[in-house]
Ligand binder design. Structure first.
Ligand code: DX5
Ligand code: ZN
Length: 217
């Protein structure tokens, strides 16, 4: 499977000081930053949008920004996010009527394409779009909040995708930390999002390297 990458989610960090949290994560060995955008409609919570990303970009110039777009009109924010400095645009398949056109729009804007599925969405739904995607995100919690319990039964989706697409980046997100990483690694995930387990740790660097070690072995 492709290289393991650890992407902290800063959702549960000190929101009044996100710049510092992002710098700290990069200094702690993060491979990318997973930035959770919520619109209060696709999910029952609100975070930030492209104006925030634009301000953050110069503070962490080297960081790869994986935008997790938990929004109802993903088509609407593609160009603004690209302009703000996003590197990857991960939309939810449940939020669009035309995933193919959206994937093309994202690519034309110069970003990588991620396609996410919620826990209740069957994995087969993404298969027809896999050719258009750089990454498939399998949610391991109901999107909307950090700090929820990992849903182990989502691992069958990851296994299915890994068997079908050996070279695809497969990301898992929600409730992942030292206690749940082994299931993700065994199923074949290689892009690991970890929020509260990393951000709230006394030593984020140690947790990031532990997670990476468990996926690589
Ligand atoms: C949940 C978000 C996740 C979340 C992960 O809707 O998509 O990225 O912040 O946080 P933890 O690891 O605490 O579940
Ligand atoms: Zn996320």
């Amino acid at each position: 499977k492709p290289t393991c990458k650890i992407g902290p989610s800063i959702l549960n960090a000190d929101l009044s000081n996100l710049q510092e949290s992002c710098i700290k994560m990069m200094d702690s060995g993060a491979d990318y930053l997973h930035l959770d955008v919520m619109d209060g409609h696709f999910v029952p919570n609100l975070t930030f949008g492209h104006p925030f990303v634009k301000c953050l970009r110069p503070k962490v110039p080297e960081a790869f920004f994986d935008m997790h777009m938990m929004v109802s009109d993903p088509e609407k924010w593609v160009e603004p996010m690209a302009d703000a400095g996003a590197n990857q645009y991960t939309f939810h398949i449940e939020a669009t009527e035309n995933a193919k056109a959206l994937a093309r729009q994202i690519r034309e804007a110069g970003m990588k394409v991620g396609i996410g599925i919620k826990p209740g969405t069957p994995v087969d739904v993404v298969v027809p779009y896999a050719d258009e995607a750089d990454m498939i995100l399998v949610m391991t919690v109901e999107p909307g909040f950090g700090g929820q319990k990992f849903m182990g039964d989502m691992m069958s989706k990851v296994k299915f995708l890994r068997e079908k697409f050996p070279d695809m980046d497969i990301e898992v997100d929600g409730g992942i930390g030292p206690n749940t990483i082994d299931a993700c690694a065994e199923a074949g995930a290689n892009m690991i999002v970890s929020g509260s387990a990393v951000v709230n740790a006394e030593n984020p660097e140690a947790v990031i390297s532990l997670l990476r070690g468990r996926v690589q072995n």
